[in-house]
Structures are given as C-alpha cells and as structure tokens.
Design a protein around this ligand. Structure first.
Ligand code: NAG
Ligand code: NAG
Ligand code: NAG
Ligand code: NAG
Ligand code: NAG
Length: 616
C-alpha cells in the first residue's frame, strides 16, 4: 500500500497547476456580502418570533390546550400582528380570564391572532426541470423507466418558494427566510429539512436540476452565516438542534456533478465554520479521545410536539429532571432518528425501555463521528483545490484524529462492527442499528484493514440475519412502536448501508450491496404500483410494505425516498428487470410454492390416468 503522505505533494502540484487561485464571487450577494461576518453575528442572532414559536407562556398555553390533532399545526401558523403586540394581547387575554382560559377561549384567541399554517410558501414549479433527464436512458425495464419519469414529475409537486412578505416581515412567521426556492420532503413536512436535503439534492442532480440543487445548498450556507449552524429544519423553533451535518456532502455532490471547483472553494469558510461548531459544541471525551454526541441547546419541550413531551416528562418529578428529559428528546431529534431504542439506556444499561429512558447525550453515535470525519476530508479536498497547502494538511490531520478515535472507541472487535458507545456505563452498545455501518459509507477506517473489516462486517450482518428481510434492512431489531425501530426501513439509512458495502470494494460486500440495492428498488416499486405513492418509511417484513408507528400518521411525498430511488435507477437500471423477481421475498416464494404444488398435483393425476389407461 502506498503511503498517502507521499502522494500529497504530487496531488498538490497538480491542483496548483490546474486551478488558478481565484476566489471569484460565485455565491449570490445574499451569501457573499457577509462572508466575513460569521462569528460576530452568531453570538447576537435572535429570532424575534421565537417568543411566540420557541418558548414562553403563549406557546405553553396554546399547545397544552391541544387544539389541533398534530401539535406542529400551531407553530406553523402566521401571526396577524408583530410578536411584541401579540404578546401584549396575550397578556391582556390571560388577565381577563384570570389566567385560566377555557379551551374554547384559547381557540378564539388563536383564531383572532393567527392565520392559517403554511401561508408563507407558495407552490413553485422548478424553472430548470427537464422532461427526460439522461438517467432515464440507463433504465431498461419499461415500468421502471416510467416510474423514473413519474418521480421526476414529483419534483414539481414538492417545489416551494417563499412569498415576498416573508422577506419583508420575517417576524410574523416561524419559517426561517432563505433566498432560493426549495424542494420539501412532503406530507406534514412543508419546509426544508437539513439531512433530507442531501438525498433530495442528489436526486435533483441526477435529474439535471443543477440550479435548484445549488439554490438549496446556498440557502443552507446563508443560514450558517446568520445562525452559525443549520437547524434541524427551516423553522425558528428548531433553533437549538441541528441534524446529521451533511452540508459538506451536499457541496461535494454538487461539485462532483458539475466540476465547479470555484463553488467548492467559495464554500470553504462556511463548511469550516459548521464543522468547528459541531466539533466544539458537541464534543465529549471517551477513553481519552475526543468524539461528538448529538446535543441540543434550547430549553423546554419540543415546540412542535409540546404536549407530547410534557406528557412523557410526567414520570420525572423535578423541573431539572424534566428539563434533562426534554434535552434528551431534542438531542434524539438532532440525530434524525426520533425516536428509537437506539437512544435508550435503562437502569441496567440496556436498550429495553421507553422514551423516559432516552439518554441520547450519553451515547457516542457511530454515524455522527463518521460524518464529521467525512466533513474534515471534504474540507481538506477543497483546500487542495484552492491550493491552500497548510489548511489542507490541517484538515487531513483533523480527519485522521477522528478516524483514530472511531477506531479506538467505536470499532468493536468481538462484534465485528462499529457500535455506539454508552458513556454512563462506559461500554459499547451491542445492538444492531443501521448507522453502525456508516463508517463504510465514508471510508472512516484504515484502508489497509479493508479485507479484515469487510469480512468482520459481513459476518456481523450474517449473525444479525440482516439478509432475511424482504422489505429492506430494518433500522433496529427491537420492536418498540417507535418509528426508527423494527420493522421500519428508511431510505437514507438503506442508502448509507448499501453504498457503504459497495464502497468497501471487496467482491463479497459488493455482491451483497447489489442484491440489497436491487431488492430496495423492487420493493419500493411494488409499494408504488399498489398505492401510487412514495413513502417516508417502509416495512422490513413485507416486500412492498410501507411503515407506520411513531408520533404522526403515514407521510407521502417523499423527498429523500425519491432521491435514493432516482440515484439507484441510474445505478442499477441497466440490470434490473421486474419480470425477474429473484429475491422478491414471501410473495414470490408463495407463488413458486403454489406452482410446485400445482405441478406435483397435475403430475400425480396424469400418472394415475396413464397408469389406469395403459396398465389396467
Ligand atoms: C431573544 O429575544 C427575546 C425577545 O426579544 C428575549 O425574550 C429572549 O430572551 C432572547 N433570547 C436570546 C437567546 O437572546
Ligand atoms: C452550543 O451552542 C449553543 C448555541 O450557540 C450555546 O448556547 C451552547 O452553550 C453551546 N454549547 C456548548 C457545549 O458549547
Ligand atoms: C416508561 O416506563 C416507566 C416504567 O414502566 C413508566 O413509569 C413511564 O411512565 C414510561 N414512560 C413513558 C413515556 O411511557
Ligand atoms: C434490571 O435488572 C433487574 C434484575 O435482573 C430486573 O429485575 C429489572 O426488571 C431490570 N430492569 C429493566 C428496566 O430491565
Ligand atoms: C492504521 O494502520 C497503521 C499501519 O498499520 C497503524 O499504524 C495505525 O495505527 C492504524 N490506524 C488506525 C486508526 O487503526
């Protein structure tokens, strides 16, 4: 194996020759103007509308009245007067009702002072949409090709643009203003979400919608400039939590597709800022190494699930214990896996329990650290493009340190895989979670160990019987009724697992990757054929089944699911045929069982007939 350090000077020389050192302003004015003002603004940034939508007595009173079936409805409603004026009206209202208004009175207050939800966005038909993106030519099966066309059409349904009034009067809304139109996930999720955007943007790039993809990335960058990091989603009430930090991955995807190195170079300052935010703000020490955990820095219940959180906090008796519980829930929300037994630590140090056992902040997550390693690698790569030798070396060193910490704390020799680490009991959590395989995706391991890691991980997969599920790899193996537990399957984690097995590059891992990739495409297609819908999550136990459970009803749309399928139609479309439903699970097994039985019966009757006719 060639030592990579030897290669750096060579790579650098090539880069220096190839890329003129221009730092041309490529970003829109909106982003570029304040490019040096990140640090100062971060400290002082405060959303005026937070007193309505993030915390405080008005939020508490309205949300505890449970006026709407989904708690998210209220926090997405528009104000009719300024936040200050609304608070004055609210105080007068409370005083007039002796601080004990009835639900009907609260409903009237809300009707008088708030407009409908979702009025800040209008449907937007992407201007760079094309009818026949080239990836469709790679798909042989006519039904799959038609499906690819349908999915390409769905982008038009999920496009949203902010009305001018949002830019003029942002304090009247909970939405965070951004300069460019977005593609939203769909269903109840009517704003952009952070990690969802990674798979949406890749899908857009395969559909040749480069302007829309770049616009979404620039939105996120403008948010880093204003707020210092990217909240969970595009609402002020998500301000204390982020999501798996995939902005660098989005920029890299865009640059890989477009070869627009200047875009990469111009993004560096923002990417570094976000990376440093995560490293500094989320760090813990485990076995003498620095690693990151999911964390939240706001107070109180989740504004969009307020009464639900107050209820799960009922088993805690002090304000401090309740506040800790809210933090654990919001930190789980930051992971994107809200909720899951992945975050439970009970009194015995196992994952058996319920939401009251959430201890997210005490669990060192494999995926977050792998993604941070990838961030450092991408930043180093972009510095190489810019010819910044010292900065490239600095971020390579940061990446190596994270990789060593992942190896030392999260790799588990006995399990043969990476495992989340429990900081309370100082022990690995030997439970299957799809995210345990995330280091494969971003190659956050020693490349010289490739063969050994591939063999270990494949036997870990075998041991956990992960190849036995007809509808995809379930997120965990524990059935709790929470949506990120068994039997639900989620597109982004299928993507991380399946691309990870492909990336490690051994023939055995690639074979499994392909078989799982084909199965996912076929199973999603079966669900689509039956219901004409793309879902947020699917069911591991049923080929073509879609998921349920958790906090809200079935959501359709659905941005990241569509993005993953579009990418895999491009990847596998030349070799998948629906008539050849090889690994199609119980349905086809049942059909073939019927077939065999029928042939046996016909054979038996025919035999009897022949026997009788000729031998009697
Ligand atoms: C933000 O502003 C509101 C009202 O202007 C204030 O009540 C709140 O404490 C501020 N929050 C922060 C974090 O500065
Ligand atoms: C993380 O950032 C938030 C928001 O800027 C801040 O309130 C909090 O104190 C920070 N936490 C740590 C551990 O640095
Ligand atoms: C979790 O289980 C414990 C013990 O059975 C119970 O006291 C608590 O209320 C439960 N919490 C939730 C959120 O269901
Ligand atoms: C913890 O272990 C004890 C002893 O085995 C058992 O009685 C108890 O139910 C366990 N608690 C949980 C939450 O599993
Ligand atoms: C990677 O391999 C090298 C050489 O075998 C070794 O020195 C280093 O400690 C390994 N690093 C990790 C993170 O395992």
């Amino acid at each position: 194996m060639i030592n990579i350090n030897v290669l750096y000077p060579i790579i650098l020389c090539c880069c220096l020759a190839a890329v003129p050192q221009v730092r041309a302003k490529h970003l829109p004015e909106y982003v570029a103007e304040s490019a040096n003002a990140i640090d100062k603004e971060v400290e002082t940034y405060n959303f005026t509308s937070c007193q309505i939508y993030c915390y405080g007595p008005l939020l508490h009173t309205v949300q505890m009245a449970k006026l709407f079936p989904d708690s998210k409805t209220f926090v997405d409603m528009k104000l009719k007067a300024s936040p200050e004026k609304t608070m004055e009206l609210f105080e007068a209202f409370m005083a007039s009702k002796n601080n004990a208004p009835t639900n009907d009175e609260i409903r009237k207050f809300v009707n008088d002072n708030f407009g409908d939800k979702g009025t800040e966005l209008e449907v937007w038909s992407p201007t760079d949409w094309v009818e026949n993106p080239a990836f469709l030519n790679l798909v042989n099966d006519p039904d799959l090709k038609q499906w690819g066309m349908d999915l390409n059409n769905i982008w038009k349904e999920l496009g949203r643009k902010m009305k001018d009034d949002v830019h003029k009067n942002p304090e009247y809304y909970s939405i965070i203003p951004v300069p460019n139109p977005v593609i939203v996930p769909g269903g109840r999720f009517i704003e952009f979400y952070y990690w969802d955007s990674y798979w949406i943007i890749r899908g857009l790039l395969y559909c040749e919608m480069r302007n829309t993809a770049r616009g979404m990335i620039e939105n996120l960058m403008s948010i880093v400039q204003r707020i210092g990091f990217i909240p969970n989603g595009g609402r002020v009430y998500y301000w204390g939590r982020s999501q798996p930090p995939l902005l660098a991955g989005m920029v890299k995807s865009y640059v890989d597709f477009t070869k627009d190195d200047r875009f990469a170079i111009n993004a560096l300052e923002i990417l570094e800022h976000e990376f440093e935010y995560f490293i500094n703000n989320h760090s813990v020490q485990a076995k003498g190494h620095d690693l990151a955990v999911y964390r939240d820095s706001s107070k109180g219940p989740r504004p969009e699930s307020y009464s639900e959180d107050v209820e799960t906090a009922e088993s805690f008796h002090t304000d401090e214990a309740k506040e800790d519980h809210y933090s654990e829930l919001k930190s789980a929300a930051e992971s994107g896996m809200d909720f899951s037994s992945r975050w439970y630590i009970n009194e015995n140090g196992t994952n058996i329990g319920n939401l009251s056992d959430a201890k997210t902040r005490s669990i060192v997550p494999v995926d977050l650290n792998a993604i941070l390693y990838w961030n450092a690698k991408i930043i180093a790569e972009f510095h190489a493009k810019a010819g910044n030798v010292d900065k490239m070396a600095e971020y390579e060193t940061k990446a190596q340190k994270i990789k060593e910490a992942i190896q030392a704390v999260l790799w588990n020799e006995e399990a043969g895989c990476w495992l989340d680490y429990d900081l309370i009991n100082e022990k690995p959590r030997d439970y299957f979670v799809t995210s345990n395989l995330a280091p494969l995706w971003v190659k956050a391991y020693n490349i010289s160990d490739t063969d050994k890691i591939s063999a270990s991980v494949l036997s870990y997969i075998e041991k956990n019987k992960l190849d036995t599920f007809p509808g995809g790899v379930p997120n965990t193996l524990y059935h709790t009724g929470e949506q990120w537990d068994f039997p639900n399957v989620w597109a982004p984690l299928q993507y991380i697992v399946i691309e990870g097995l492909d990336n490690i590059g051994t023939p055995e891992a690639q074979k499994l990757s392909k078989s799982w990739g084909h199965r996912w495409v076929k199973s999603n297609f079966a669900a689509y054929r039956d219901s004409r819908a793309m879902f947020e999550k699917y069911d591991a136990e049923k080929f073509g089944g879609h998921g349920g459970g958790g906090e809200y009803g079935v959501q359709k749309g659905f941005g990241w699911t569509n993005g993953v399928i579009i990418e895999w139609l491009a990847k596998y479309g030349h070799e998948i045929s629906l008539s050849n439903t090889g690994a199609a699970g119980p349905n086809s097994r049942f059909v073939s069982l019927l077939g065999v039985t029928a042939i046996a019966l016909i054979g038996a009757f025919a035999g009897r007939f022949i026997w009788r006719t000729w031998f009697k």
